[in-house]
Design a protein around this ligand. Structure first.
Ligand SMILES: [Ca+2]
Length: 349
């Protein structure tokens, strides 16, 4: 739910679902009060006609997050499509729609964020960043070796990159598409710039992540987990202007850490990962579902590579039980049938 807080008297705030409400859905607004008791009534106002409906379905929910009082305002019985706002205890909400198509297009909104977070070629900046990624660390004799791990997404509000979060994002996008293939728009190209390319945009984004994950698992024995560390924070700013220096020059190569089943990083910059099985499972489940989803959509994607990587990551490490436990959505069961590797999927109950 996207919520908005609009204050009227600098004391009370009303939060509503800015996307809107379906006609027959449960409809609740929340009032946040800096002082005073919860109201006993509130008004639902039709923004077009000005018609007011007084309602009394108020459920006080007590103190929360620094507010002296909060309450849930239920207006589910308002079922006439239109644009509305709510007033209560001197506060006024932002306007919202009640309509059966209120959610239309909402599934595309998160993809704007994913495109914005792309590392390497970034469609919003129309420029590239972190072009020298990266150099292996904590890999024994391979320390300092250059590996091409360009791509993927920046994590959160800095420019570190993680297998765990990226794989989960990949899996969730593939899973969302596979559940409702017909609802996804095609307004962007594979590189994230405007224009249709015949592929749903959610799969353009999932593929961007899968191709990066293949770089992070380049062979049977290499499982990479993380790019950069907290030295990233020494150089804030736009990603294509970042000048963080990890020892190979300002704005040059960044360190790449492997999945080793223990915290990785340098000195105080270590992460807290202990999940080799978790990471391996994330590789496996994302590769497996990717192979299935792209099988007919985009033969250009190296499917055999995805299948092989999925199979290998799932079984080779002898972490089946643990890997299943940590796989995204607790999916996955795979089995080999006759001939070339064949994958099947079973939703874990
Ligand atoms: Ca597209």
């Amino acid at each position: 739910m996207i919520a908005a807080a609009i204050h009227c008297n600098a004391a009370n705030y009303l939060r509503v679902n800015q996307i809107g409400y379906l006609v027959d859905d449960v409809k609740v607004a929340v009032i946040m009060m800096e002082h005073g008791d919860a109201p006993t009534s509130f008004c639902v106002v039709n923004a077009d006609s000005g018609k007011k409906t007084v309602m009394h379905s108020v459920k006080p929910t007590g103190e929360f997050a620094g507010f002296a009082q909060t309450a849930r305002l239920d207006f589910s019985r308002v079922k006439t499509p239109g644009t509305y706002y709510i007033t209560a205890a001197g506060a006024k909400s932002s306007s919202f729609r009640i309509a059966n198509d209120a959610y239309a297009g909402a599934q595309e909104v998160p993809l704007n964020y994913m495109r914005q977070q792309r590392c390497g070629w970034n469609p919003l900046m129309r420029d590239s960043c972190h072009r020298y990624d990266g150099r292996l660390q904590l890999c024994g004799d391979r320390d300092g070796e250059h590996v091409d791990v360009r791509g993927g997404w920046h994590d959160a509000s800095d420019y570190l990159q993680y297998l765990t979060t990226s794989a989960n994002a990949v899996y969730q996008m593939l899973f969302a598409y596979s559940q409702n293939p017909s609802v996804w728009a095609d307004n962007f190209q594979a590189d994230g710039t405007e224009g249709a390319n015949g592929i749903p945009d959610i799969l353009d984004e999932a593929r961007w992540g899968l191709e990066w994950m293949l770089k992070m698992n380049p062979d049977d024995n290499t499982f990479l987990n993380q790019i950069a560390d907290d030295r990233d924070h020494r150089s804030p700013g736009l990603p294509n202007e970042q000048m963080a220096d990890y020892g190979w020059g300002a704005g040059k190569d960044r360190p790449v850490y492997p999945c080793i089943g223990s915290p990785a990083g340098l000195r105080e910059y270590k992460n807290r990962s202990r999940g080799l099985a978790s990471s391996v499972a994330k590789f496996s489940s994302s590769f497996a579902l990717g192979a299935k989803v792209f099988e007919t959509l985009d033969p250009a994607l190296p499917l055999r590579c995805l299948e092989s990587r999925a199979w290998h990551t799932m079984w080779r490490r002898q972490t089946r039980a643990t890997a299943r436990r940590y796989a995204p959505c607790r999916l996955i069961s795979m089995r080999r049938t006759t001939g070339p590797t064949t994958l099947s999927w079973q939703r874990r109950q």
